[in-house]
Design a protein around this ligand. Structure first.
Ligand code: F6R
Length: 591
């Protein structure tokens, strides 16, 4: 989702801005733009589509040392040049990430004051409001304070003022923004990896804070406008991300990284007493998991594991729903937020609500030092490394593994631990054992696909279904196998592909009956079955993928590997933009 970059320093700004915009591409965007100062003049260049379209319009040798840039993921107004950032109003030019919720009200007020708007965006309203206050006082810091008093919603803003040639101003509220610090100057960015080529030193801003940045100085102000000490941090995460290596797409690369990711997590937690470093969930009255999308699907698996092994009730809440419902939580409950990016606005908001009612909060987060990681009481990092493909694969699996370890924490013994340690090898074998492209070719022409399974297998189906639809644009649905006949079975006709996951001995017969129900109605069944249950009669399925049997619940999670690969190959066969599916963003920073 929208990305912000900025630079003020000794070096020419445009190559730095362009490099930063490219590093932010993974977040998802549909247009981009830069603004830079030459003397007192603000120059703005924008383009719709990929960054290369903007690059073609830029003279990278331009003598400018101050600039801001933006990748826009459209929310208010279609993706076109007028709506893309930077936006200017009078002396103020800015880039904005987030949503000004009361922008309609503010716009009406400003229109009465004579302000004319060019775009449909809430961001132009932010520029106009700051400029409105700036024109009155000619003091930009005062104008920023007044803007904060009036604007509601989320905003990370990078701002230049045409009369104030050697400064960039930033404002942060509920949207991510960091300031990078190096000997050659200062940077601003939505996340640290965007500037890692330049510096690993940075500062973070709390909500409501703002800063005045010049080449030599950096002044940080708290929410009340008082000067505040800055605390410089050094990035500890993985910087080796922006390279596909030998793979055609990041998604394929990241799937192939899964054995190593699991190995890293297990190596950390399955030695000595390290598992005890994970929070002990058994001491709480109940667990509520808040997350979105795939992270929520990981939470559903966590529910089964934690309930079975720790005997405490677990509720999984879609974070965007959690915020608006009546909460029956108290201090005896723990709320676990799961997030790859650590910036998902809905999940972050859910954490804040959970804290406000006194719950202990735990984050299962991939991106170090992200907003959710900083907000929760206790963070467990998923150690998956940078994930670039918009569709999550390795980070999802890492979330699931962490949830398994939390569930098994108090009963892990040598035998179980040996079973866990087999996972990486078995994933590697699964990746290479089947011709997933061939299986994908059986379904890529279909417009609708179903996934069925029970309990954990059902949670896996939900993830398999999401993966397929988001990258290949084939419509798909996941159903609890026993639920299909309550309506959806009417959609099964001759040749409809149905993925059936079968890894749980206790309910295998029931699921097989459900598979037969679709088979006799013409479905083309792709059976994903654990080795220990691989005695299903041949007339029940058309294709079969056998998952190695390691340990009962572990077998189920391995089934996500074929599902991710089949989704990948379907997308490839259909010529889709695999790493950046249309309309999607990696980091969903608006609610
Ligand atoms: C799907 C996908 C999304 C994310 C969701 C939450 O492949 O990636 O559904 O899982 O947007 O994102 P995070 O985990 O960053 O909070």
């Amino acid at each position: 989702m929208c990305g912000i970059i900025g630079y003020i320093g000794k070096k020419k700004a445009l190559p730095i801005l362009l490099e930063g915009l490219k590093a932010l591409e993974y977040r998802g965007y549909d247009s981009s733009g830069v603004a830079f100062l030459k003397g007192k003049n603000v120059n703005i260049i924008k383009a719709v589509g990929p960054i290369v379209a903007l690059e073609k319009k830029l003279n990278l040798d331009e003598d400018t040392f101050v600039g801001i840039g933006h990748t826009r993921w459209a929310t208010h107004g279609v993706p076109n040049e007028v709506n893309s950032h930077p936006h200017t109003s009078g002396a103020v030019t800015l880039v904005h990430n987030g949503i000004i919720e009361n922008y309609n009200e503010l716009k009406s007020f400003l229109e009465v004051e004579g302000v004319k708007f060019k775009s449909e965006t809430d961001s132009e309203v932010a520029a106009a409001l700051i400029n409105y206050f700036y024109e009155k006082s000619k003091n930009i810091l005062e104008a920023i304070q007044k803007f904060k008093g009036k604007a509601k919603g989320s905003y990370a803003i990078g701002l230049i003022v045409s009369n104030d040639v050697n400064k960039i101003y930033v404002i942060k509220n509920m949207s991510p923004l960091i300031i990078g610090i190096s000997e050659d100057g200062h940077y601003l960015a939505s996340d640290v990896p965007a500037i890692l080529n330049r510096t690993d030193k940075y500062i973070t801003l709390l909500d409501g804070e703002y800063a005045e940045i010049s080449f030599e100085s950096l002044v940080l102000y708290d929410n009340e406008g008082k000067e505040k000490c800055i605390e410089i941090k050094t990035f500890q995460g993985d910087a080796t991300c922006i390279d596909k290596g030998k793979f055609e797409h990041f998604m394929l690369k990241e799937i192939n990284e899964e054995p190593d990711v699991v190995k890293t997590i297990l190596t950390k937690y399955l030695v000595n007493d390290a598992l005890k470093e994970l929070p002990d969930l058994s001491k709480y009255r109940g667990v509520t998991i808040v997350a979105c999308g795939s992270a929520m699907h990981a939470g559903l698996i966590g529910k089964y594991i934690i309930e079975s092994h720790l005997n405490i009730p677990v509720t999984v809440e879609i974070a965007s729903e959690f915020k608006y419902k009546k909460l029956l939580l108290n201090k005896e409950d723990v709320v676990i937020a799961i997030s790859q990016s650590g910036e998902t606005a809905d999940t972050l908001a859910a954490v804040k609500i959970a804290k406000s009612v006194g719950c202990h909060t735990i984050g299962i987060v991939n991106v170090k030092e992200s907003s959710i990681a900083r907000e929760v009481d206790n963070v467990v990092y998923t150690l998956a490394g940078s994930e670039i493909a918009v569709a999550t694969t390795k980070a999802y699996l890492a979330q699931v593994i962490i949830l398994y370890l939390m569930g098994f924490r108090n009963e892990m013994n040598k035998t179980m631990s040996t079973s866990f340690l087999k996972i990486p090898n078995q994933i590697s074998k699964l990746i290479t054992s089947y011709d997933y492209e061939k299986i994908a070719s059986y379904i890529e022409k279909n417009e609708s696909v179903f996934f069925i399974g029970r309990l954990i297998d059902y949670a896996l189906c939900m993830e398999g279904s999401l993966k397929l639809k988001e990258v290949s644009y084939i419509h798909s649905e996941a159903y609890a196998a026993g639920e299909l006949k309550h309506g959806t079975i009417s959609l099964i006709t001759d040749g409809t592909p149905v993925f059936a996951i079968l890894t749980d001995q206790n309910i295998a017969d029931k699921t097989i009956s459900n598979i037969k129900e679709v088979k006799v109605r013409g479905a083309k069944v792709i059976l994903i079955v654990s080795e220990s249950l691989d005695n299903v009669s041949k007339d029940v399925y058309d294709e079969k993928i056998v998952i190695p049997s390691i340990y009962k619940e572990i077998d189920s999670l391995l089934s996500v590997i074929p599902l991710q690969l089949i989704a990948y190959y379907c997308a490839k066969l259909r010529g889709c933009a695999i790493d950046k599916p249309r309309n999607l963003a990696k980091s969903v920073t608006v609610e």
